[in-house]
Write a protein that binds this ligand. Structure first.
Ligand SMILES: [Zn+2]
Length: 118
């Protein structure tokens, strides 16, 4: 799928690691989306399965080696799904704190009123 990386309209709030922030864990999202027809399964993990950690399981790759929560492929695919508006319900909404902003603006007037009794 070349060319898809060139246009990404901003959807949602980017998390600290650059990925979209979700209201539930990406592991839970996968549990809810795993049967969707538009969910694309990743390519098989490269490398020797015997050398991957067997106590971690990725529900996206359906094999061991890493946790679903740490699956780069799943994170990347989630970003694509968000862009395609498939999982908007899981995207964390930006918290608008206009009340605080307004108060802060009113609390800091340019002119400081000090008693000038001279
Ligand atoms: Zn994975």
């Amino acid at each position: 799928m070349e060319g898809s990386a060139t246009h990404h309209p901003k959807v949602g709030v980017p998390a600290d690691d650059g990925y979209t922030k979700f209201t539930i864990s990406i592991h839970q999202i996968l549990a809810q989306l795993k049967d969707k027809p538009w969910l694309r399964r990743p390519l098989a993990l490269k490398g020797d399965p015997d050398k991957r950690s067997v106590n971690k399981y990725c529900a996206f790759h359906r094999t061991h080696g890493h946790d679903t929560a740490n699956c780069r492929s799943w994170k990347v695919h989630l970003e694509e799904l968000v862009r395609e508006c498939h999982c908007k319900e899981f995207v964390a909404k930006k918290v608008v704190q206009h009340n605080e902003d307004r108060d802060a603006a009113m609390d800091s007037p340019k002119k400081v009123s000090r008693p000038d009794s001279k």
